[in-house]
Design a protein around this ligand. Structure first.
Ligand SMILES: Nc1ncnc2c1ncn2[C@@H]1O[C@H](COP(=O)(O)OP(=O)(O)OP(=O)(O)O)[C@@H](O)[C@H]1O
Ligand SMILES: [Mg+2]
Length: 252
């Protein structure tokens, strides 16, 4: 794919996800239809319990939609087998999750390279240069030989970020990627995500509660009670926090 490709990275149509007893269901997502485009940085906001993590998990094929359809590029991911879904995920998606999901028995460097190992390929020279750039930008070069248990929460988060960005996947799904980071490192991560979208044409979906983090995005989707209730562009942090406060007022 070229850098001018702004086609859809993930398309969701009429997706619902219901948990629990069918007689008394929890509607985590209700009839959500949305596109996440390549070259675009989308922030997903909304109150706790509004369905943000569920949306990411379902988009990634880590959790099964109760109804509706989802495409990763041109490939449907609902109703295909687990193996097919795993392969699609491995080649197309980079994850940065609330829990970092690093492999505890591998060093930081081995964790970063794991997606390449699983895919049975070696990083190209260009990918090696990109990994080196990411590691340096995020200040973890000295920590590469350490196990996750020997790293701080913020350092583990940065390792997970390098791993997700390293292979330049079609889409990066990030659930509160800056939650465990200090201000300076947060800005660095947000700048890298912006670069990934602008220069490398990747699609980004980032869940955040932080109006400053969301202001780096091109587009903000607001979820409430399992539905998309708003879509905004060009807001500054102040406008974003006013929006969230009003939303909570309306729900109370
Ligand atoms: N595995 C599960 N079983 C039952 N209910 C669940 C499950 N996962 C999520 N839920 C429920 O679905 C709803 C949406 O949860 P979700 O984790 O998507 O919220 P969120 O917007 O990510 O919240 P937060 O900002 O707190 O991370 C909540 O009511 C939650 O309790
Ligand atoms: Mg969540």
């Amino acid at each position: 794919m070229t850098n001018t490709d702004n086609t859809v990275a993930v398309a969701m149509r009429n997706v619902s996800r219901t948990y629990g007893d069918p007689a008394n269901p929890i509607h985590a997502l209700r009839d959500v239809s949305v596109d996440i485009r390549r070259r675009e940085f989308t922030a997903i906001m909304g109150p706790s319990g509004s369905g943000k993590s569920t949306m990411m998990n379902v988009m990634a094929g880590l959790d099964e939609a109760t109804s509706g359809q989802i495409w990763l590029g041109h490939n449907p991911i609902v109703g295909i087998g687990d193996t097919a879904r795993t392969i699609l995920r491995r080649t197309n998606i980079g994850f940065i999750f609330q829990s970092f999901n690093l492999v505890p028995t591998l060093t930081a460097d081995e964790n970063i390279r794991l997606p390449f190992v699983l895919a049975g390929r070696k990083p190209t020279a260009e990918q090696e240069a990109w990994i080196a750039h990411l590691v340096t930008s995020l200040g973890i070069r000295e920590r590469l030989g350490h196990l996750p248990s020997e790293l701080s929460g913020g350092q583990q988060q940065r390792v997970a970020i390098v791993r997700a960005l390293a292979g330049r996947p079609t889409i990066i799904l990030a659930d509160e990627p800056t939650g465990a980071l200090d201000t300076r490192t947060s800005r660095e991560v947000l700048t890298l995500l912006t670069t990934a979208a602008r220069e490398y044409g990747q699609g980004i979906a980032m869940v955040t509660h932080d109006p400053v983090a969301a202001s780096y995005a091109d587009r903000i989707l607001v979820l409430a009670d399992g539905r998309i209730v708003g879509e905004y562009r060009g807001l500054d942090p102040r406008q974003i926090s006013d929006l969230l406060i009003n939303l909570q007022g309306a729900a109370a």
